[in-house]
Design a protein around this ligand. Structure first.
Ligand code: PEP
Ligand code: MG
Length: 873
C-alpha cells in the first residue's frame, strides 16, 4: 500500500484534490510543485497512517518505514546531501496538516537532522558558524517542546539568563561562543526533563518527530477545536517532511506570511508581515514584532517582485485568495505553504465581487465558493457608534484584527470566560497573547483583546475565522494576571469591569457602550444580486411586527412565512382584553372581549400588509396555551383581579383550572380555535377586513391564513370552514372580496403521516420544524438544554437538532409529507418556518426536497438566500 507521496523538482505524486489523504498542506505542496513554483522538495505521509497510529498503540502500518527511508534517500540524491552527514547534512522540517486547516493546532519541528557533528558540517558548508549554532539551538528547543513536551518557557528562561549575563537585548546579538554555550545549556534542560541525552541519530529524530505530529491529532486542544468547529469524519493529520530552507542566513534572508489580498477588508494588495534573518516560527508565535510586507519592497526589491508574481499565479490557479508562508534564503524565494485564506465577511464579499470583475472567476463560482453563509452573518454584526465615546475613554489602540463591536466584562483566563459565558454574562477575553489552549475561552467570549502579537498572531487568525471582534497587539495596556487587572495610561481596569472593543478600528474603550447596526457596502448589493439571480427557492421571513417586516425586506425577504399572532397580544391594553377573553365564563362574555381585540388585530395586519407591499403574508392563528397570557406571581394576580372586578381567590382558582401539566401537548394550536371558534372568527375577520381595506385603497395584498398544530385532516377542515364562513361574511359586508389562501403547519408527526389527506383540503403546507423536532424526538423544546450538550459530548447526537434539522428522523417526516402532499396536489406550495429555515445545511436539505420556500428570522434572511443559491449550484 502507498502511504508516502513525494513532491519537488517540478513534479509530485499527489495533487490538490487529495486533501483527505495528504491534508491541505501536503496536497497544496504537491500541486504547487507540479505547476513549477519554487517549493523545497519533500514528501507527505498520508492521514491513513495517523489513523492507524492512533488506533494501534502508536504503531505504523507495514511498509511505512521502508517508504519513508526510500523517500529520504530520494531527497538525499536530489539535493546531493546526506541525512546526518558530518560535512554536508540534509536538514528537514516536519509539519502536520489535516484536510481542514486548524490554525496553531498541530506542531512543527524545524532543522531536524542536526546533531553535535552535523552542526559543524552546516557551519563549514555555509561558512556561517553563527547560523549553524542558531539552527541547532532552535532545533533542540522545538524538538524538546513538541516531541518531548518540555515547556518552551524553560528554554526561554535559559536564553534570557544568558542574554542578561552577556548584557544584550536581542537574540541576534549573541555570538558563536554564546550560542555554543546556549546549545549546551539547552541540552541540560532536555536531559533534566527527559532523563536521557538529546538524540543524535537523525533517523531517530525523524521517527520521533513524525510520531509527535501523528499523536498531536488527539491532543485536548485539537479535539476542542474540532468540536467547536464541528469538524468530523477526518482520518487524522498528514505529516509533511520537507527539505529546510533558511530565512536566518543573514541580511539577504527573511521569512514571512502573507495574504494575496487584505483579509480584513478585501482590498487587492499584498498583506502580511516578515522578519529579516529569522525562521518562520518567530513570526507566527509573535516572539519578535514583524514588519509590514510593504517594507520588503525597499529591502529586497527583486524578491518582493517575485513574491508578487507568485501570488498572482497562485490566485489564478486556485481561483481564491491565498494565505501563504514564504522564506527567502540568500535572495532566493521559496513558498512553504499555500491555502485559501481565512477572511472577514466584508472581505469575502469584496474579494468575490472583485475577482468576478477581474475575470478571474465566473459569478457562479464566486457565489458557490468564495462567500460562506457565516460570512454574511458576520457582515450583519453590530458596530460601535463613534459618537458614543470620547477620546478620553479610549484605553488603548491595537491592531484591527477582526471587525465588529463587542461589549463585555473583562476576564483574564479562558476558564473564567467559559464559566461566565455559561452564566449568560458577556465577556471580553483579555490576554497577553492567545494560544491553542485558549480556543474554548475565545469561543465563549464576545470579543478578544491581546496586548502582544500581530495581524497573523493566533488570536487574530482564529478570531477572523470565527467572525469574532478582536483587537490584537494593543501595547498600550499592561496586563497583570496575578492581580487580575490591566492598566493603561493611569486607568486601572479590573476583572469584571465593562469594556467595549472595536475590532475594525482596533480600539479599546472604557465602559459598556451601545452598538449600532451595520451598513452594507456596494459589493454586498452586487453580490446578493448574483445570489438572487442564481437561486430559485424563495426566502421569506418570520416577522410579527411591521418593524421586523421592514428590516427583513431590507435583508431581501420575499414575503412573510410566519407571523405569530400571539406576540401581538402583549401590549398593555391588549393583554387585559386578552385576559378577559381567556377568563370569560361564557361565549357571550368571550365574544365581547374578542370584540375589543379586533380593532388592534386589524390595525396590526394593515401595518404588516402595507409594509410588505403586495408580497405574500402568512398569518398563523393563535397557537400557545392560554395560561401563558396570565400572571403567575401573586402580585400580578391581585392586580388583575382588581381590573376584572372579581375576587383574588376566585381568579386564583380560575388560573389553577387553566394550568396544564404538559402545556406543549395541551390546549394549544388549532385545539383552541376548535373549542373556541370565536377566536378563529375574530382573527379571520381582522386579517380579511384589513386586506379588503387596503385593496379598496388600491393596494395589493396576499393574505394566507395558517392553522397551527394540526394532527388530523378533520381538525383542519373544521377551522377551514370557520375561516370560509367568516370570509364570506366580511366580503359581503364590505362589498368587496379578495383572494386568500388557507393552509396548515405540519408540526405534529401524525400530520406528516396523513399529509395526503390534509393536502386534499389545504392550499399550502409549512413545516413547523421546532415542534416537529420536539415531538419526533420527544425532547421538550424548553428543557432539552439540560441534556443536549451531554448528548453531543457523548456522540449520541452530532448536533443540536433544534438548530440543525435532523435529516435522518425529522427530515424523513418532512420528506414523506412533501411527497404525500404532492401526490394529491402536484403543485402544492410547501415551505418551512421553524428555526431551521435559516440554517444553511437545513436550507440545502429543503431545496433537495423541492420545497418552494424557507422562512427565517430577519437577520438570517441573507444567509438563507446564499444557502439557497449554493444548494442549487
Ligand atoms: C414551529 O413549531 O416550528 C413553529 C414555527 O412554530 P412555533 O415555533 O411558534 O411553535
Ligand atoms: Mg410550532
Amino acid at each position: 500500500d502507498k502511504y508516502v507521496y513525494s513532491f519537488g523538482a517540478g513534479a509530485a505524486e499527489g495533487n490538490k484534490t487529495m486533501k483527505d489523504l495528504l491534508g491541505g498542506k501536503g496536497a497544496n505542496l504537491a500541486e504547487m510543485s507540479a505547476i513549477g513554483l519554487p517549493i523545497p522538495p519533500g514528501f507527505t505521509i498520508s492521514a491513513e497512517v495517523c489513523q492507524y497510529y492512533n488506533q494501534h498503540e502508536k504503531e505504523w502500518p507495514d511498509g511505512v518505514k521502508e517508504q519513508v527511508e526510500q523517500n529520504i534517500a530520494q531527497l538525499e540524491e536530489l539535493m546531493g546531501l546526506k541525512f546526518g552527514d558530518t560535512d554536508d547534512p540534509l536538514l528537514v522540517s516536519v509539519r502536520s496538516g489535516a484536510a481542514v486547516s486548524m490554525p496553531g493546532m498541530m506542531d512543527t519541528v524545524l532543522n531536524l537532522g542536526l546533531n553535535d557533528r552535523s552542526v559543524q558540517g552546516l557551519a563549514q558548508k555555509t561558512g556561517n558558524e553563527r547560523f549553524a549554532y542558531d539552527c541547532y539551538r532552535r532545533f533542540i528547543d522545538m524538538f524538546g517542546n513538541v516531541v518531548m513536551s518540555i515547556g518552551h518557557e524553560l528554554f526561554e528562561e535559559v536564553l534570557q539568563e544568558l542574554k542578561d549575563e552577556q548584557n544584550v537585548k536581542l537574540d541576534t546579538e549573541l555570538e558563536v561562543p554564546e550560542l555554543k554555550e546556549l546549545v549546551a545549556r539547552y541540552k541540560t534542560v532536555y536531559r533534566n526533563h527527559t532523563g536521557h541525552e538529546f538524540p543524535q541519530e537523525p533517523k531517530d529524530q525523524l521517527r520521533h518527530a513524525i510520531n509527535a505530529v501523528l499523536g498531536s491529532w488527539n491532543t485536548q486542544r485539537a479535539q476542542t477545536y474540532r468540536k467547536i468547529n464541528r469538524i468530523t469524519g477526518l482520518l487524522g493529520t498528514a505529516a509533511n517532511v520537507q527539505v529546510m530552507v533558511f530565512g536566518n542566513m543573514g541580511a539577504e534572508s527573511a521569512t514571512g506570511v502573507c495574504f494575496t489580498r487584505n483579509p480584513a477588508d478585501g482590498t487587492n494588495e499584498l498583506y502580511g508581515e516578515f522578519l529579516v534573518n529569522a525562521q518562520g516560527e518567530d513570526v507566527v508565535a509573535g516572539i519578535r514584532t514583524p514588519r509590514n510586507i510593504s517594507e520588503l519592497k525597499d529591502d529586497m526589491p527583486k524578491s518582493y517582485q517575485e513574491l508578487l508574481n507568485v501570488t498572482r499565479q497562485l490566485e489564478e490557479h486556485y481561483h481564491d485568495m491565498q494565505d501563504i508562508e514564504f522564506t527567502i534564503q540568500e535572495g532566493k524565494l521559496y513558498i512553504l505553504q499555500t491555502r485559501n485564506g481565512k477572511r472577514t465577511g466584508a472581505a469575502a464579499v469584496k474579494i468575490a465581487v472583485d475577482m468576478v470583475e477581474e475575470q478571474l472567476i465566473a459569478k457562479e463560482k464566486a457565489v458557490l465558493n468564495l462567500v460562506e453563509p457565516t460570512h454574511l452573518d458576520q457582515l450583519l454584526h453590530p458596530q460601535l457608534n463613534q459618537s458614543e465615546y470620547s477620546d478620553g475613554e479610549i484605553l488603548g489602540e491595537g491592531l484591527p484584527a477582526s471587525p465588529g463591536a463587542a461589549v463585555g466584562k473583562v476576564v483574564f483566563s479562558s476558564e473564567k470566560a467559559e464559566e461566565e459565558h455559561k452564566k449568560g454574562e458577556p465577556v471580553i477575553l483579555v490576554r497577553v497573547e492567545t494560544s491553542p489552549e485558549d480556543v474554548g475561552g475565545m469561543s465563549a467570549a464576545e470579543g478578544i483583546l491581546t496586548s502582544r502579537g500581530g495581524m497573523t498572531s493566533h488570536a487574530a487568525v482564529v478570531a477572523r475565522g470565527w467572525g469574532k471582534p478582536c483587537v490584537a497587539g494593543c501595547t498600550d495596556i499592561a496586563i497583570d494576571y496575578e492581580a487580575l487587572l490591566f492598566t493603561s495610561d493611569g486607568n486601572t481596569i479590573k476583572e469584571g469591569d465593562w469594556i467595549s472593543i472595536d475590532g475594525a478600528k482596533g480600539i479599546v474603550i472604557k465602559g459598556k457602550k451601545e452598538v449600532e447596526e451595520p451598513s452594507f457596502g456596494s459589493s454586498y448589493y452586487t453580490f446578493m444580486g448574483w445570489v438572487d439571480e442564481l437561486r430559485d427557492m424563495e426566502v421569506r421571513t418570520n416577522a410579527d411586527t411591521p418593524d421586523d417586516a421592514v428590516r427583513a425586506l431590507e435583508f431581501g425577504a420575499q414575503g412573510i412565512g410566519l407571523a405569530r399572532t400571539e406576540h401581538m397580544f402583549f401590549g398593555e391594553e391588549r393583554v387585559t382584553a386578552m385576559r378577559r377573553m381567556i377568563l370569560s365564563e361564557n361565549k357571550d362574555e368571550r365574544a365581547k372581549a374578542l370584540e375589543e381585540l379586533l380593532p388592534y388585530q386589524k390595525q396590526d395586519f394593515m401595518d404588516i400588509f402595507e409594509a410588505m407591499e403586495g408580497r405574500p403574508v402568512t398569518i398563523r392563528l393563535l397557537d400557545p396555551p392560554l395560561h401563558e397570557f396570565l400572571p403567575d406571581e401573586e402580585e400580578g394576580v391581585r392586580a388583575l383581579a382588581g381590573e376584572l372586578g372579581i375576587s383574588f381567590q376566585n381568579l386564583k382558582q380560575k388560573i389553577r383550572v387553566l394550568k396544564e401539566f404538559n402545556p406543549m401537548l395541551g390546549h394549544r394550536g388549532c385545539r383552541l380555535g376548535i373549542t373556541h371558534p370565536e377566536i378563529t372568527e375574530m382573527q379571520t375577520h381582522a386579517v380579511l377586513s384589513a386586506a379588503v381595506h387596503l385593496k379598496k385603497d388600491g393596494r395589493e395584498v396576499k393574505p394566507e391564513i395558517m392553522v397551527p398544530l394540526v394532527g388530523t385532516s378533520e381538525e383542519f377542515m373544521h377551522q377551514h370552514e370557520v375561516i370560509d364562513r367568516v370570509a364570506a361574511k366580511v366580503f359581503n359586508n364590505e362589498g368587496e372580496a379578495i383572494a386568500y389562501k388557507v393552509g396548515t403547519m405540519i408540526e405534529i408527526p401524525r400530520a406528516a403521516i396523513v399529509a395526503d389527506k390534509i393536502a386534499a383540503e389545504a392550499d399550502f403546507f409549512s413545516f413547523g420544524t421546532n415542534d416537529l423536532t420536539q415531538m419526533t424526538f420527544g425532547y421538550s423544546r424548553d428543557d432539552a438544554g439540560k441534556f443536549l450538550e451531554s448528548y453531543q459530548e457523548k456522540g449520541i447526537l452530532k448536533a443540536d437538532p433544534f438548530q440543525i434539522l435532523d435529516e435522518e428522523g425529522v427530515g424523513a417526516l418532512v420528506k414523506m409529507a412533501t411527497e404525500k402532499g404532492r401526490t394529491v396536489k402536484k403543485d402544492l406550495k410547501i415551505g418551512i418556518c421553524g428555526e431551521h429555515g435559516g440554517d444553511p445545511a437545513s436550507v440545502r436539505f429543503c431545496y433537495q426536497l423541492g420545497l418552494n420556500y424557507v422562512s427565517c428570522s430577519p437577520y438570517r434572511v441573507p444567509v438563507a438566500r446564499l444557502a439557497a443559491a449554493q444548494a442549487r449550484l
